[in-house]
Every structure is written in C-alpha cells, then in structure tokens.
Ligand binder design. Structure first.
Ligand code: VGL
Ligand code: ZN
Length: 217
C-alpha cells in the first residue's frame, strides 16, 4: 500500500517517559518504570522514528501529542472524586513540567512539526488528540490537519486502548481515513481484555490496522 504523502499525516500519541517501561533522566541515568508504564512501550520507538523519517522526507506533517496534567488532576486515583462523582483510575502521571511528562529521549523529535498538549484542565480528562473527554472541547488538531488538506492519518503511540483508540474514533467521526500501524502501538490492557475490545471498536468504526510490511514508501 502506497501512502499518498500529499494528504497524509503521522500522529505520534503520548510517547512520554511515564508511559514507558524505561527511560533516561536528564543526567542519563536509566530509570524504570514510568509512572503508568505500558508493557512494551519502548519497543515502538525505533519503528516510529523510522516512519517519521519517511513522512519527513516527503514533507508530510508529523504531529505528536503530550498528556499534560496539572497536579491533582481528576484522572488521578489520588485526587478526590469530581463534582460529577467520578473517581480517577490512574496513578499520578504526566504532571506538567515533570520529567515523566517529557517525550521519551529515544524518540527523534526533530521531524515533529506540531505538539498538542491535552488533559490540562484539572476537572476534565482528554484521551483523544482531537477532543477532550466531553467529546465537545476541541484541541485544534482537526483545523490544523484540514487546513493542510490532510485526509489520511497514520496512528502510532500509546496506549492502544486509551489515547490511540479515542484519537482514532474521533478522527473517523470527523471524516479522516485512519490507519493504525500495528507494530507502532502498545496498550495498557487494563481492565482485562481492553486491547482486544478497543481493536474491535476501532475496526467497527472503519479504522484499518496495517503492518509495516504492507506499506511501501
Ligand atoms: C493515557 C491513561 C491516562 C494514554 C493517558 O496516553 O493512553 N492513558 N492518560
Ligand atoms: Zn493521562
């Protein structure tokens, strides 16, 4: 399958230290694991770097997202329940300004053209690159991509069953063709079976799953 680079963009979802089983701190020390480590999260990084070099060569936009929570964010289990009665289910992660919130040091950031930060409102979580979890508040990414006449999105990153899934479903809803690159995503798989469930939901919504060897550059 050939990519139509004139109308394609690569999305790199949340490849941040806190979502990886190991990462290097500023002074080069190896730390493990991140606060919300996704099994195999590190393994996708060389694949994403490879894909990004191809998109970059063709001047196709590369967008990365960054989960970016204030301390005490509503998605943290450590925070009191919100007014709506919802209790966060995640360990504290990707706190604004923390090392855990930085993109992983092995991810080549040079080809990234746009960074979208999300989840910065204390009372509202945001899994998707396009809308916060109220499904109404936009991040602005839709306008950016449509302004560049992008119609096809190639998704990579973490986590398959949360931020990748919500991004893929929103992207379909607003009219993009969406392909998830199978080797370039990993999931939390919590609760049990949530990766399988997420893949089913995405496929039902018209999201394609493609492997690297199906792509020709
Ligand atoms: C994510 C859980 C909480 C993700 C972000 O990037 O998939 N998951 N925040
Ligand atoms: Zn989060």
């Amino acid at each position: 399958m050939a990519i139509d680079f004139a109308h394609a963009a690569l999305l790199i979802i949340d490849v941040q230290n806190d979502f990886c089983p190991s990462y290097r701190t500023k002074d080069g020390t190896l730390s493990q694991p991140g606060a919300l480590a996704v099994p195999g999260g590190n393994e996708i990084i060389p694949i994403i770097n490879h894909l990004a070099s191809k998109f970059d060569k063709h001047h196709a936009p590369i967008v990365a997202t960054q989960d970016w929570h204030p301390q005490g964010h509503c998605s943290f289990a450590s925070s009191p329940a919100t007014a709506g009665g919802e209790q966060g289910m995640w360990p504290d992660h990707c706190v604004q300004g923390s090392w855990g919130a930085e993109l992983h040091s092995e991810l080549n950031q040079n080809p990234i053209r746009l960074m979208i930060r999300k989840g910065f409102r204390s009372y509202l979580d945001s899994y998707s690159a396009f809308f916060e979890n109220d499904h109404i508040t936009p991040t602005g990414l839709e306008g950016y991509l449509k302004n560049l006449e992008i119609t096809s999105l190639y998704l990579t990153g973490l986590a398959t069953d949360y931020c990748v899934k919500y991004s893929a479903l929103d992207a379909r809803r607003i009219g993009f063709t969406v392909s998830v690159i199978s080797e370039a995503v990993r999931g939390v798989d919590y609760p049990a079976d949530s990766i399988q469930q997420a893949m089913k939901e995405m496929k039902n919504a018209g999201v394609a799953f493609i492997t690297l060897n199906e792509l020709s550059f």
